[in-house]
Ligand binder design. Structure first.
Ligand SMILES: Nc1ncnc2c1ncn2[C@@H]1O[C@H](COP(=O)(O)OP(=O)(O)OP(=O)(O)O)[C@@H](O)[C@H]1O
Length: 597
């Protein structure tokens, strides 16, 4: 734990803090022991002999007060530094992690860690390290100093201290084993409660509310059981600690009485022994009680360390810096990729020439989204290469790569800010006029017109005040403002109302004009209009070509087209029927078929 704290706030700072804690604990121990000669001198009826010891005691008490103040101030400032350093390191590390790492469960765990974990870790120096260091060093000082004053006293306290420390260690081990299961059960229950809140619409729609949501119920039951098991196993531990203290105390009284009755210890020595035993056991008992909090602090630190140790995507030492050329805008060259050990893309090769549109089609799970994620370098490929503007994405710096791409995906994230600021995210330095122009092109101005505070209306958490189509229009406006030469687009699958759909299509038209476009196409008209269609099936490229050629080939694409047109209420008819194609604006130029509702 000390090593992790040093890693987070700097070794010198933690070393300085520990030294102050150590000095405080030792001086405190000396102050306890200096009472012995003072009392002895007083009981012996020799007050004059007590004065020098009293002077030493006064110096020790003063030193103790100064060091206590110093360690308390340092404890809080190290805690504050720790929280600031955790936020910074976490922020820096998160911004360098592969985007694919940010799955919902991880984001949830980070949220919990940032809210609860940072607070717990902040308290570690002042509330945990200090009592623990004092608990061991103060009694050790008392033992050593007592040995000089009366070796029998010192020996009795040393044996007692070792017995108590041993008991404490044993019980801490017993309780520590339960911490992991309580932690895991609490994390699971926390995730389930968040999931329960987020999925209310779905759950209510399917009548699975309250007790009917068994996943949450069973997570809460598990958490309760783990908590009960932990308490049941902690009680004997705490009992054993208390018992050890009582036994030790009784043994010291018995020993002291025996020695006093035998005449080898004076009554003053007996009183001193008992006084020291009380001061001696107090910090050890406190350390035993803090064991749980200490383990929790250690677990939280370990979780932070785990995130900070997650490898980031390697950045090139000297990123290629060349403007877009006539090289293919996007190229996948024999790409193999899997999220884990199972490959989801097998030997995928495709080329998107500059200023053309390529449509990716294929059944659900065939790898369309994965292809777009690899181009934006959410992940690195296992073999082969992904190139943008002729450069391997691993050789372009993240900033450069992102400046060449606009991503318009379905899961649009809007910040709880005004529409204007949400659009400005596309190019933070953009002027108000540029933002408004992009908004108008993406037909966001019509949304603004109906909002109560116009441009100043906040869109709510995750853009809750807007409909799905409206959120997508804001994301298109961002992309228009960004003005990147390549657009990766995942067309909306959800049915939009006709107004919204028309606005989205118009917005897309403004975005995609004169740009290179790779689109996961769901609308038949988009597929039809593409310069090139790449059909993915089971993570492999099944076919590549334009609509007419692929339709004529009668392969996977022709089957896909037939299936989709049937589902949309269209049917393939022969050209001889002389009817017009309603899916595209112009009649088919194909040799055999076109569409009819
Ligand atoms: N983050 C992930 N972790 C593990 N497996 C994943 C992840 N994302 C996708 N997959 C798997 O990779 C395969 C390809 O998924 P992908 O989302 O690329 O397909 P898709 O063609 O876009 O599907 P859809 O049209 O349904 O969106 C699927 O088997 C999917 O289960």
């Amino acid at each position: 734990m000390i090593r992790q704290l040093m890693m987070l706030t700097g070794a010198a700072r933690i070393r300085g803090y520990l030294l102050t804690l150590g000095a405080f604990a030792i001086v405190q121990g000396l102050a306890f022991v200096l009472i012995v000669p003072v009392l002895r001198a007083l009981f012996a009826g020799d007050p004059a002999a007590a004065w020098p010891w009293l002077g030493g005691l006064a110096v020790a008490v003063l030193g103790c007060g100064i060091l206590q103040y110093r360690q308390a101030v340092l404890g809080f400032s190290v805690g504050l530094d720790l929280s600031r350093s955790l936020y910074h390191q976490l922020g820096d590390h998160l911004s360098a992690l592969p985007l694919g790492w940010f799955q919902a469960d991880r984001v949830g765990r980070i949220g919990r860690l940032v809210v609860q974990g940072v607070r717990a870790v902040m308290g570690v120096p002042a509330h945990l390290l200090q009592p623990v260091v004092t608990a061991y060093l103060t009694p050790a000082t008392v033992v050593v100093a007592s040995l000089f004053l009366d070796w029998r006293l010192g020996l009795a306290l040393a044996v007692g201290g070792l017995v108590l420390a041993g008991t404490h260690r044993y019980t801490a081990g017993l309780m520590g084993r339960m911490d992991h299961s309580v932690d895991a059960a609490s994390a699971e229950a926390g995730s389930r409660v968040v999931e329960f809140a987020q999925a209310q619409a779905v759950l209510r729609g399917f009548g699975r509310t309250g007790p009917a949501y068994t996943e949450l119920e069973s997570a809460l039951v598990q958490q309760y059981r783990a908590g009960r098991r932990s308490v049941t196993s902690a009680i004997p531990g705490l009992g054993l600690n208390a018992l050890a203290v009582q036994v030790l105390y009784t043994a010291l009284i018995a020993l002291g009485t025996y020695l006093t009755l035998g005449g080898s210890l004076d009554p003053a020595g007996l009183i001193v022994l008992l006084a020291l035993a009380t001061r001696f056991t107090e910090p050890l008992l406190l350390a035993a009680e803090l064991g749980g909090a200490l383990r929790m602090g250690r677990n939280n630190l370990a979780r932070f360390a785990e995130i900070l140790a997650t490898p980031t995507l390697p950045e090139p030492a000297e990123p290629v810096r060349q403007p877009p050329s006539d090289a293919p805008a996007i190229q996948l060259d024999h790409v193999d990729f899997g999220y884990d050990d199972t490959l989801v893309l097998h030997d995928v090769s495709l080329t998107v020439p500059p200023r053309t549109m390529t449509a990716l089609v294929g059944p659900s799970g065939s790898g369309k989204t994965t292809v777009t994620r690899l181009i934006a370098r959410f992940f690195d490929v296992q073999s082969g290469a992904v190139r943008v503007d002729g450069h391997d994405v691993r050789e372009l710096g993240t900033e450069d790569l992102m400046s060449r791409l606009s991503l318009v995906f379905q899961d649009v994230y809007l910040f709880d800010d005004t529409i204007e600021e949400n659009i400005r995210l596309g190019r933070p330095g953009a002027t108000d006029e540029e933002v408004r122009r992009a908004a108008t092109l993406a037909r966001v101005d019509t949304i603004v017109d109906r909002l109560p505070d116009g441009w100043a209306t906040r869109v709510g958490e995750s853009g809750a005040a807007l409909s799905g189509g409206e959120r997508q229009r804001v994301s298109i406006a961002r992309a228009i403002l960004k003005d990147a030469p390549i657009v990766l687009l995942d067309e909306a699958t959800a049915a939009l109302d006709s107004d919204n759909e028309a606005a989205v299509i118009e917005a897309l038209h403004a975005l995609t004009e004169d740009r290179t476009l790779l689109v996961i196409a769901h609308r038949l008209a988009t597929v039809r209009a593409a310069d090139q269609i790449v059909v993915l099936d089971g993570g492999r490229v099944a076919e590549t070509g334009d609509h007419d050629r692929l339709l004529a080939a009668g392969g996977r694409y022709a089957a896909f087209w037939r299936e989709r047109t049937r589902a949309a209420g269209w049917r393939l008819i022969s050209r001889e029927d002389g009817r017009h194609d309603h899916a595209a604006s112009e009649p088919s130029s194909g040799t055999t078929s076109q569409l009819q509702p």
